[in-house]
Design a protein around this ligand. Structure first.
Ligand code: HEC
Length: 189
């Protein structure tokens, strides 16, 4: 038994050095978010688009200032399939990611628009600096107490605190009829 442990540690160390450690559980080795124990899922930046949102108001931190965010919801394969087919409730293994950025604008882009359409006053904006990313992970047994969903929030790869995670599920209850998910699948243009 002892030898097996030593060998596994050896392989782990080697894989770490070479940098080819295969994703085992689909989760990165990041710290787990409180309450639901979810780690940052591997490769979520490459998932497919469900929809986009804009959020404006005052900064959540209470520090004052305006909040202007652009948001994108992405889904893993199971989530995308369920959205497209209108499957409710979502199947176990479905994960929805919500990527949040500060909304920024570029004079360069706006000048090009003004040059092309001088009379329209067009103003463009884009997803600027990253704010945070949130996840809903479906596991109807593990997360039975919260509608079958686990919630996780990460800023710079680090999970938010417990107080933040206590707020997730209660605020999603109004969307109960759609399995606690607010987002609708955006039409294909
Ligand atoms: C104040 C209410 C509120 C709280 C608190 C809240 N959410 Fe949401 N959440 C929403 C609403 C409304 C939307 C849809 C609008 C949007 O995306 O901006 C949403 C969207 C989402 C989505 C995209 C899927 C969907 O349901 O549309 C995810 C993922 C998500 N929230 C995760 C979380 C996590 C994780 C937490 C806790 C850290 C959390 N939410 C806390 C209200 C809330």
């Amino acid at each position: 038994m002892k030898r097996i442990v030593v060998t596994l540690v050896g392989i782990g160390a080697l894989a770490g050095v070479i940098g080819t450690t295969a994703p085992v559980s689909g989760q990165s080795d990041s710290q787990a978010a409180p309450i639901y124990g979810i780690k940052l899922p591997q490769g979520y930046r490459d998932w497919r688009l469900i929809s986009v949102k804009q959020l404006t108001g005052k900064q959540l931190t209470g520090a004052g200032g305006e909040l202007k965010q652009l948001r994108a919801e992405l889904g893993n394969d199971l989530a995308i399939k369920a959205f497209r087919e209108g499957t409710l409730p979502f199947p176990d293994g479905a994960i929805i990611a919500a990527l949040h950025w500060n909304e920024e604008s570029s004079d360069f882009d706006n000048q090009a628009l003004a040059a092309g359409f001088p009379k329209l006053g067009l103003q463009s904006s884009f997803a600027g600096s990253a704010v945070n990313v949130q996840f809903m992970v479906k596991d109807s047994n593990k997360y039975a107490a919260s509608g079958g969903w686990g919630f996780a929030d990460f800023t710079n790869g680090k999970p938010g605190n417990e107080a933040l995670h206590e707020k997730c599920f209660p605020c999603h209850v109004p969307a109960k009829d759609k399995d606690y998910v607010f987002t609708r699948y955006a039409p294909t243009p």
